[in-house]
Design a binder for this molecule. Sequence first.
Ligand code: G3I
Length: 373
Amino acid sequence: MTTKLGSMFLTVLLASVFAARADAPTTLKGAFQGSFVVGAAVNAAQFTGKDTRGAGIVKEQFNTITPENVLKWEHVHPQLDTYTFDLADQYVAFGEQNHMFIVGHNLVWHNQVPDWVFRDDHGNLLTRDLLLKRMQDHIRTVVGRYKGRIKSWDVVNEALNEDGTLRQSLWLKIIGEDYIAKAFQYAHEADPQAELTYNDYSVENEPKRKGTIALVKNLQAQGIPITSVGVQSHISLTWPSIDQEEATISAFAKLGVKVAISELDIDVLPRAAMQGTADVKTNIKLDPKLNPYADGLPDSVQQALAKRYAELFAVYLKHRDVVTRVTFWGVTDGDSWLNNWPVRGRSSYPLLFDRAGQPKPAFQAVLQTAVPH
Ligand code: G3I
């Protein structure tokens, strides 16, 4: 009898231990279910399955994806009368097969847009009306093709300078300030159900944050639909402060828009460019001093990265009523654009999975933030 009771006790004890273990989240998408979707920017090797390890991590861990490059203008619309949807179609199919929230990135940007877009047959800049027509055709064709399938579009990308004024892009110079409103309007017409985002980096800094707020208010005053601000979050171990991060999310929430943490990575390498910038045109010469972890990341930095990620996710969770999505800009450290920017050929460690595809301490730290304490 005693033995029987003893073994029952043991069974109950073991069952509860295993139940607790089974409850502990092991995936990012599972950990934050009910709060926000978690995703990654994916490259062609991943979504075509050529990179089996990368594809495996994406399928297991994430429930939203963003195309790192294949939906940008130069890829999808390289010439006036040529659209190349092959890779973009495969990207969307991958997302659907894996039941993911599919993001489109991006429609109107000053980078990765061919020069012909702005010029006539003689090489002269187009008139406002002709450029608007070209923009509308592009948006109608690309958004229209994936209507109802791509759920959220980065409509306008990086339209602001660091001081919050509008960037002097050819979009602005030729069309005027309302190019932003027009882009949103065309995207809405092409897919009225799609979420529409204004996406930018270093909006945590007050001048640019103010510029973003003005931009959103301006659209809202005209009745132009805007769903969210994409806070890209190409950040470092020290910038922005947690207070700055909270203030940024709260400021956008006050406008009645949602916040997508749209391109998250944390640079642990020495600062080589202006803090907070993600201007892809920056290119600095490689110097060993700028590449201190070529042979691996010291444990102290690994721990600092984990702590930083945990602090950030605690903020995202606190604001889960407005934060709808957290997307990492890449899957493993080896894939990150930060290996080649702003200095080519560095070893960067900004993500949750290492070069071998193994979860880093930061991965566990992020999962832990989802566990009620
Ligand atoms: O595809 C060519 C390849 O054929 C060639 O051999 C190789 C040589 O350098 O270049 C390859 O193209 C590169 C492309 O990434 C694909 O890897 C381009 O040079 C490179 O400029 C391009 O960089 C992308 C960058 O946007 C360009 O604007 C990054 O992958 C991408 O991560 C980055 O993403 C941006 C977001 O769209 C907007 N916010 C900032 C973010 C980081 O810069």
